[in-house]
Design a protein around this ligand. Structure first.
Ligand SMILES: CSc1nc2ncnc(N)c2[nH]1
Length: 156
């Protein structure tokens, strides 16, 4: 029987660049990720996204725009990761490297997909075109997508 666990994923961007973090340990180690993590009990998904972004990058944001929902399932694991994706281009604060994450700006012409989760290559183009999306990715192992669905939506 599968069960869902909610996560957040925040992508900070400006006209030319997107902010990614190099995961230095744990799940997804060695990959450039968005910033995010678990939604704690009693916390709204949006508040969790704001908190995780500050904790992992040092950046303070008021408003995050909700742009997508991505469900991730891994073969043999009953836990489905329900990832709520947000973006913003308004932020304050200074980038901080933590023991978990090393933040770095990348040109949107040169997103390091080879060192990111494989699903990113599918939905990043929708994110960069400011489209809203819903996706489901089944991972056969941490590096291999077995099958997926991805669609542009008018509402989440
Ligand atoms: C578990 S699958 C996954 N894809 C991702 N893309 C970007 N940032 C993440 N943290 C991601 N996790």
């Amino acid at each position: 029987m599968s069960f869902r666990k909610r996560f957040t994923l925040a992508l900070v961007r400006n006209a030319e660049e997107v902010l990614l973090g190099l995961k230095k340990r744990g799940f997804g180690e060695g990959k450039w990720n968005g910033f995010g993590g678990k939604v704690e009990a009693g916390e709204s998904i949006h508040d969790a996204a704001v908190r995780e972004l500050r904790e992992e990058s040092g950046l303070i944001v008021e408003n995050l725009k909700y742009i997508g929902i991505l469900d991730f399932e891994f073969a043999g694991d009953p836990k489905i990761l329900e990832v709520h994706v947000f973006t913003t281009s308004q932020f304050t604060g200074q980038l901080v490297e933590s023991d978990e994450m090393k933040p770095q700006w990348f040109s949107i012409q040169d997103v390091p997909f080879a060192k990111m989760w494989p699903d990113d290559e599918f939905w990043f183009p929708l994110f960069l075109k400011n489209e809203m999306f819903k996706g489901y990715f089944f991972y056969k192992d941490q590096d291999t997508i077995g099958h997926y669905t991805l669609s542009v939506v008018d509402e989440l």
